[in-house]
Design a protein around this ligand. Structure first.
Ligand code: UDP
Length: 331
C-alpha cells in the first residue's frame, strides 16, 4: 500500500484536520482521513485516502485501523458549535464524548496507543488569569467545552489503565487558510469573525456586527488570541513527534501568545483587502469572556513550538485569497 508511516486523522475533512493532513503529507506521512462528512468536505481530503464513517461504529473503526496500520491517531472529529451545544447538549455529549470512547475502544482492541487530541481553550471557561496557562483552572461554561474537558479526563484514565498515551492541544482562535489556496475555512453555518468579515465584503452578508463595545478592554471590544491554521497543523506534527519519542500524556495551549481586539481585526481586514467593512455595533454575545489569550511557554519549551504565520497580515491575506477563490467557484 504505502511505506510512508500512516496517521489516522478523524475529522480530516474539516478545517483544522485538512490543513494538518497537508502538513503531515509534507513531512512524509500518509494521513488516512476518517470522517462522516456531516460538516467536513470530500474535496478537502487531498493528501491520503478518505474513509467515510462514523466514530460510533467501533467495528468500522477497527476495520480501518486493521487495513491501514496507523502509528498514531490525531482526533479532530467533533461537533463544535458553542451555541448549538447549549441548545442540544445530548448531541454534543453523545458525538464528542461517545464517539471518542468508541474510538479509544477501537484503539485498545488493535493495540494502537498514541493519540493527539483536538481540545480547546473553551475548557477554561471564564479564566481567573490572563494569559491562560495549562495549569489555569478548567471550568467550561457550555456543553461543547465541557465535552472536550471530559475527553481530556477520559484520556488520562485510559493512559493509567490501558497505556494509551495522548497529548491534548487546547487551541485558541484558529484562522487563516492554506498559503497555496488548496483548502481553507468552509463552515456552514459560518459564525467566526474573519470569514464573516470577508463575507460582508463580498456581499454574502449585508453587514458585520461587532458583538459588544462595552467590555473592559482598551477599545471596548473582546480580545482573542488568533493562531494561523498552519501553525496549528505544525503543532500537531510536533505533538505526534513528542509521543513517538516516548513523551508522556500531556496538554498544551496552542495560540500565538498575542491578543487582538475585534476592532483590530476589522482594521487588519480593511488594510489587507483595501475595502471598507460595512460595520454595525451589536449587543454582546452570551458567553463571550472579554479577554482570552494563551501563555504558550509550555508548548515552546516541551514541543519546540513557534508560530510562523500567525501575524494578522498573513492570516487575513491567506483567508482572503481562499475566500475569493471559493466565492468565484460558486458563481
Ligand atoms: N465576533 C463579532 N462578530 C461576529 C463574530 C465574532 O464581534 O460576527 C467576535 C466575538 O464576540 C469574539 C471574537 O469575535 O469576541 C471571535 O469570535 P469567533 O466566533 O470567531 O471565535 P470564538 O472566540 O467564539 O471561538
Amino acid at each position: 500500500m504505502t511505506d510512508r508511516p500512516v496517521i489516522l486523522v478523524t475529522g480530516g475533512a474539516g478545517y483544522i484536520g485538512s490543513h494538518t493532513c497537508k502538513w503531515l503529507s509534507g513531512l512524509g506521512y500518509t494521513p488516512v482521513t476518517f470522517d462522516n462528512l456531516v460538516y467536513g468536505h470530500r474535496h478537502a481530503v487531498k493528501w491520503g485516502p478518505l474513509e467515510v464513517g462514523d466514530l460510533s461504529e467501533t467495528d468500522r473503526v477497527i476495520e480501518v485501523i486493521k487495513t491501514y496500520q496507523p502509528k498514531a491517531v490525531i482526533h479532530f472529529a467533533a461537533w463544535s458549535y458553542v451555541g448549538e451545544s447549549v441548545a442540544e447538549p445530548a448531541k454534543y455529549y453523545s458525538n464528542n464524548v461517545g464517539g471518542t470512547i468508541s474510538l479509544l475502544n477501537a484503539m485498545r482492541n488493535t493495540g494502537l496507543d498514541q493519540m493527539v487530541f483536538s481540545s480547546t481553550c473553551a475548557t477554561y471557561g471564564e479564566p481567573a488569569e490572563i494569559p491562560i496557562k495549562e495549569s489555569t483552572l478548567q471550568n467550561p461554561i457550555n456543553p461543547y467545552g465541557q465535552s472536550k474537558l471530559m475527553i481530556e479526563k477520559i484520556l488520562r484514565d485510559y493512559d493509567r489503565a490501558y497505556n494509551i498515551r495522548s497529548v491534548a492541544l487546547r487551541y485558541f482562535n484558529a484562522c487563516g487558510a492554506d498559503p497555496d489556496g488548496d483548502i481553507g475555512e468552509e463552515h456552514d453555518p459560518e459564525t467566526h469573525i474573519i470569514p464573516r468579515l470577508l463575507m460582508s465584503l463580498t456581499g454574502e452578508i449585508d453587514s458585520f456586527s461587532i458583538f459588544g463595545t462595552d467590555y473592559a478592554t482598551p477599545d471596548g471590544t473582546c480580545i482573542r488570541d488568533y493562531i494561523h491554521v498552519d501553525d496549528l497543523a505544525h503543532g500537531h506534527a510536533l505533538a505526534l513527534k513528542y509521543l513517538e519519542d516516548g513523551g508522556q500524556t500531556n496538554d498544551f495551549n496552542l495560540g500565538s501568545g498575542d491578543g487582538f481586539s475585534v476592532r483590530e481585526i476589522v482594521e487588519a481586514v480593511e488594510a489587507v483587502t483595501g475595502l471598507k467593512v460595512p460595520l454595525k455595533i451589536g449587543a454582546r454575545r452570551t458567553g463571550d469572556p472579554p479577554v482570552l489569550t494563551a501563555d504558550i511557554e509550555k508548548a515552546r519549551a516541551e514541543l519546540g513550538f513557534e508560530t510562523a504565520t500567525s501575524d494578522l497580515a498573513s492570516i487575513v491575506r491567506t483567508a482572503w485569497t481562499f475566500h475569493q477563490s471559493k466565492s468565484g467557484s460558486k458563481s
